[in-house]
Design a protein around this ligand. Structure first.
Ligand code: F6P
Length: 341
């Protein structure tokens, strides 16, 4: 049996750990044969297929990024896209796919699975917003990077007694902002799920100054003021209809400064959160996902996604997991209210 592996969407730390784990177990335990599809669904459309064996996955466990490349290609936005994917698989004798991706890549996988392609999904994203799994890999690394940045920003903020706004990733969900903000002792955390009140943020900032501490405000890129809109970097849409975000941090610092008469600056963490070596937890989770994904392939249990539930890895229907994204529950956010201001 020949199995194709692809990584799609925004890259994240741990992708290589999954590829290694799938190939190691697939070859050693099940005598499967592997190929890689380059750059996510783009490789499937263009027939860009490369050999993948144990020697090609040697040494990649701690490496960030993905040896297979990635893209935000949506086959359903290309002429005869799904048929071209089928043709590529047939031309290379690929019997099944392991698809490693987030909401978009796995959404495509769910549709292709309904059209008869044998595949198993593996959830990745620094945003942690894939439904039906407690965590995605990549998230822990991103939170670690953002927390370290916040720790560093505290000391410089206090030296100058100014507000530092930290903009982190998170288009529809505030998981990175919430976890890193709490771990880093932020004084305000603003997430896409909860439109924020600018007057309230300014009040938190002022109350922090009153006790001679400098405020740290963590804001997710997709956070929205109650009386406003999401800040866009530009209007262009990707093939999944997503705009490019960024700008809320800069806007917030400007407003805080104007309204409180104090100095405020912004740091945008951007792709630093996605790059570099995965944390130990992400290597562990990615490795386990890979082992269980190849088991599902071997069992012929297609149309499923591997998922973390507590400490167990389970298989869930891809169709269910891709129905909606996973949001921060308001009651979880409210737990931390005592730390704001
Ligand atoms: O999907 C993960 C993510 O990092 C989001 O948090 C962010 O909005 C987006 O990707 C950025 O995408 P790109 O690197 O394509 O600009």
């Amino acid at each position: 049996m020949r199995v194709g592996v692809l990584t799609g969407g925004g890259d994240c730390p741990g992708l290589n750990a999954v590829i290694r784990s799938v190939v190691r177990k697939g070859v050693q335990e099940y005598a499967l044969d592997f190929v890689g599809l380059r750059d996510g669904w783009l490789g499937a459309l263009q027939g860009n297929v490369v050999p993948l064996d144990i020697s090609s996955v040697r040494g990649i466990l701690p490496r960030g990024g993905t040896i297979l490349g990635s893209s935000r290609t949506n086959p359903f936005k290309h002429e005869n896209g799904p048929q071209r994917v089928q043709d590529t698989l047939a031309a290379h004798d690929v019997d099944a796919l392991v698809v490693i991706g987030g909401e978009d890549t796995l959404g495509v996988a769910a549709k292709l699975s309904r059209q008869g392609i044998n595949l198993v999904g593996v959830p990745k994203t620094i945003d942690n917003d894939v439904s039906d799994t407690d965590y995605t890999f990549g998230f822990d690394t991103a939170v670690g990077i953002a927390t370290e940045a916040i720790d560093r920003l505290h000391t410089t903020a206090e030296s100058h007694m100014r507000t530092l706004v930290v903009e982190v990733m998170g288009r529809h969900s505030g998981w990175i902002a919430l976890h890193a903000g709490i771990a880093g002792g932020a004084n305000a955390i603003l997430i896409p799920e909860q439109p924020f009140d600018l007057d309230q943020v300014c009040a938190w900032v002022q109350s922090r100054f009153r006790i001679n501490y400098a405020p740290i405000v963590v804001v997710a890129e997709g956070a929205v003021p109650r009386e406003g809109q999401r800040m866009l970097k530009n209007q262009t849409l990707d093939e999944f209809g997503h705009v490019r975000l960024s700008g809320i941090g800069e806007w917030l610092a400007h407003e805080i400064s104007e309204r409180t008469g104090t100095d405020a600056r912004t740091t945008v963490l951007g792709h630093i959160q996605r790059g570099g070596t995965p944390s130990a937890f992400d290597r562990w989770l990615a490795t386990r996902f890979g082992l269980h994904a190849v088991d599902a392939v071997k069992d012929g249990d297609f149309g499923k996604m591997v998922a973390l539930r507590g400490t167990q890895i389970v298989r869930v229907p891809l169709a269910e997991a891709t129905k909606t994204t996973k949001k921060v529950d308001p009651s979880l956010y409210d737990e931390f209210e005592v730390f704001f201001g």
